[in-house]
Design a protein around this ligand. Sequence first.
Ligand code: CMX
Length: 250
Amino acid sequence: MLPVDHIGIAVSDGAAVERLLTKLADSAPALPEDVDRQGVRVRFYGSGTSLETLEALVADSPVAKYLAKRGEGLHHIAFRVADVQKHFDRMRAAGFQPLTEAPLPGASGKRIFFLHPRDTHGFLVEFCQSEKQYPVSFEQCAELEEIMQKTGYCCPPTQKSSGHVVTTSNVLPEACKSLVLHNVSLALSRVEIHAPRVPTLISEVSKDAHYAQLLGSQWPEAQLVILPENSQLKHLPAILLEFWASMEDE
Ligand code: CMX
C-alpha cells in the first residue's frame, strides 16, 4: 500500500487544539503555515505519518464549508508518492476525476491533488509528493529499492548531485554523498578497499564484528552506523531516511 503521509483534521481553532494534539501525538507542531490557495492555516504534528490540522482562513474555503456542514473531525487522508504526476495520470486512467486539472502546490512545499469523496466511498483522498526527496541509486538491491521507492522519499540521482548509493557490490563508486553497503559478504574484507571519501552506512555488519572493525580502521573518516543484530529489510527505510536527514542537518 502507498504510505500514509498525513491525516487531515478540520478544526475551528488550530491554536486551541494544539495543546490536545501535542499530548496525543507526543510532538509539538511545526510553525503554522497559511496555504492561501486553499484558504487554510495548517499545522503538522510528528514526522513519518503526521497529523495535519486545518482551520479556515476565509468563509468560502473548502474547510469552512466542511466545518459548517459536518463540524470538526477527520477531513482527509493523504498518500505519499514519489511522483505525483504519475499517480495523477494513473487515477485518471482508472476513471477517477481529480479535483484539479493538474497537481498543485500545497502545504510544506508539497505538490498535491485530491479526489472527490463521492468517488471514494465518502472520504476525501489526497496524493502528495514529499518536499524532501533523496537522490538514491540502487545497485544490485532490487528488493531494497522496491521497499525504499514505496516510502516516496527516494528519487533517482541527477547529474547535479550524485546522490546516495546503496550497493551489494564491492566495486565502490567514488562520487556519492553516502554509501550503503547492504549485505556485503566477507569477500569485501579480503579485497583491497579503495574507499571513497564519503560518510558511510554499513548494513548488517553485526553479523561479523571483525568485519566492522576492519572497515572502521580502513575507513577512519567514515561515519559507521551499525545496524541492530538481525535487522530486517523492512527496518532499513526508517534507518536510512533518518541517516540521510541527519546528513542534511549537519
Ligand atoms: N470528507 C468527506 N466528505 C466531504 C468532505 C470531506 N473532506 N468535504 C465535503 N464532503 C462532502 C460533503 O459533506 C457533501 O456531501 P453531501 O452531498 O452528502 O452533503 C459533498 O462532499 C459535497 O460537499 P460541498 O460542501 O457541497 O462541497 P463541494 O462539492 O463544493 O466541495 C470538495 C467538496 C471535496 C470538492 C472540496 O471540499 C474540495 O475541493 N476539497 C479539496 C481541497 C481541500 O479540502 N483543501 C483543504 C486541504 C488543504 C491541504 O491539506 O493543503
